[in-house]
Design a protein around this ligand. Structure first.
Ligand SMILES: *Cc1c(COP(=O)(O)O)cnc(C)c1O
Length: 423
């Protein structure tokens, strides 16, 4: 038995399902996870000393590759002066200032410890600010595991939301409306029927594989929110500092009222943030009546790791190169698919990508749930056996770091080619 398999059996005795976040369990790819011993740059090494090219990078956070030496040095240097104070420190200002510089839609920003906290707090703020209760989200968009987001909408818009996790009460679920991604008519109908506090969206969805919103759709959301005094929230926990330095909003040139951030922002340490217009942000405690707090929020170590990461990815050609190497992978996949006439395609923006096993246009959750999931599972396991680690679910995006080299991609494409030939 491999060391990873032994560890998984041991883990399952003490940790529910053996993991601290469900997708890591490999449940949907019918296997058992490998346990990571160490990670450096673009590679992971497991407890059986097997090496993998990592196309997840801690779900996007490790944009500089694992254990980047400048970030590690910065953390080591900072930690010598204390781990956490529960009192203000200078690094908090520096990081907040940097975020507002990169995101013109953000005047003020509050730090938290995870993306989940960021989105939970953002909708509370939107509700407090507008004095309305209902929120609108989109089918297949993930905004962390806050109660209000674990909702699958009923079939008709007149039907109130039904929770898709036990433990979420129906009274919470009825305040969340979920409609199909990229469907502006459904949004208009929902606005007519409900008093919405906010609309929250992943402008490029990364939790139902990789799905772009249409430009006209986002622009119309902006207009509808203005007309109806609804707070528009872009959840850029994944896309922020990832599809471009300034996130999806810099690509689409649409300014949300609030933005949530996370992942890359912490340089690999636990982090989240939400920010936006001062006139909204000033409603948070201690200035306003919307309560929000955090014991470890804005701790000096996370702030230092974030600051160093943002400064390295702000270098002029950084995203140009990252975009190019990511596109080298997705173009390669598209060429292989075309030459072999198989239903497979890929798309990317910045350092984020998706691989699809369908010939349908990718526009919403249904495009992915109707894709060939069985093919994906086979693909995933073949790649893994060959030392290539893609996300263990057809509903997750992929990520490339600035440490990935052309030779890593070439080797990946060669294995994909082999898999295609065997199919
Ligand atoms: C990862 C993610 C979250 C949740 O962040 P956590 O740090 O895992 O709580 C929220 N929204 C989006 C878009 C995400 O990708």
């Amino acid at each position: 038995m491999s060391n990873s398999k032994k560890l998984f059996l041991e883990a399952k005795k003490y940790i529910p399902g053996g993991v601290n976040s469900p997708v890591r369990s490999f449940k949907s790819v019918k296997g058992h996870p490998f346990f990571v011993k160490k990670a450096k740059n673009q590679y992971l090494y497991d407890e059986d000393n097997k090496k993998y090219i990592d196309y997840i990078g801690s779900w996007g956070a490790q944009i500089l590759g694992h254990a980047n030496k400048d970030v590690v040095n910065e953390i080591s240097k900072t930690i010598k002066n204390g781990i956490t104070f529960g009192a203000p420190c200078k690094n908090e200002i520096l990081l907040a200032k940097k975020i507002t510089k990169i995101y013109p839609s953000i005047d003020k920003v509050r730090m938290v410890n995870s993306g989940t906290e960021a989105t939970m707090s953002a909708i509370r703020l939107a509700r407090g600010y507008t004095k309305k209760n209902k929120i609108l989200k989109f089918d297949g968009c993930y905004h962390g595991h806050g109660d209000s987001f674990l909702i699958k909408a009923g079939s008709g818009l007149s039907t109130f939301g039904v929770p898709n996790s036990h433990g979420v009460t129906t009274s919470i679920a009825k305040d969340t409306i979920s409609v199909p991604f990229n469907d502006i008519e459904k949004v208009k109908q929902a606005i007519k029927k409900n008093k919405l506090a906010c609309i929250i969206i992943e402008p490029i969805a990364g939790n139902m594989n990789f799905i772009r919103s249409n430009i006209s759709f986002l622009k119309q959301l902006r207009i509808l929110c203005n007309e109806n005094k609804i707070v528009l929230i872009f959840d850029e926990v994944m896309t922020g500092f990832r599809v471009a330095l300034g996130g999806a909003q810099s690509i689409y040139k649409v300014k949300p009222d609030l933005t949530t951030l996370g992942k890359v922002l912490g340089g690999g340490l636990p982090v989240g943030a939400f920010g936006g217009k001062s006139k909204i942000m000033n409603h948070i405690s201690p200035l306003g009546e919307v309560y929000q707090a955090g014991t470890l929020s804005g701790n000096p170590i996370t702030m230092a790791a974030g600051l160093k990461t943002l400064s390295l990815i702000s270098e002029k050609t950084y995203f140009k190169r990252l975009t190019k190497i990511t596109k080298y992978l997705t173009d390669g996949i598209n060429i292989i698919a075309r030459e072999n006439k198989i239903n497979m395609s890929a798309d990317s923006e910045g350092g984020m990508f998706g691989i699809f096993f369908t010939n349908q246009k990718i526009k919403d959750y249904n495009s992915i749930s109707r894709s060939n999931i069985k093919k994906f599972v086979d693909f995933f396991n073949y790649m893994l056996a060959n030392g290539i680690y893609f996300a263990p679910s057809a509903y997750e995006a992929g990520f490339i770091s600035s440490k990935h080299l052309k030779k890593d991609i070439d080797m990946t494409l060669k294995v994909i080619q082999k898999w295609v030939k065997n199919n």
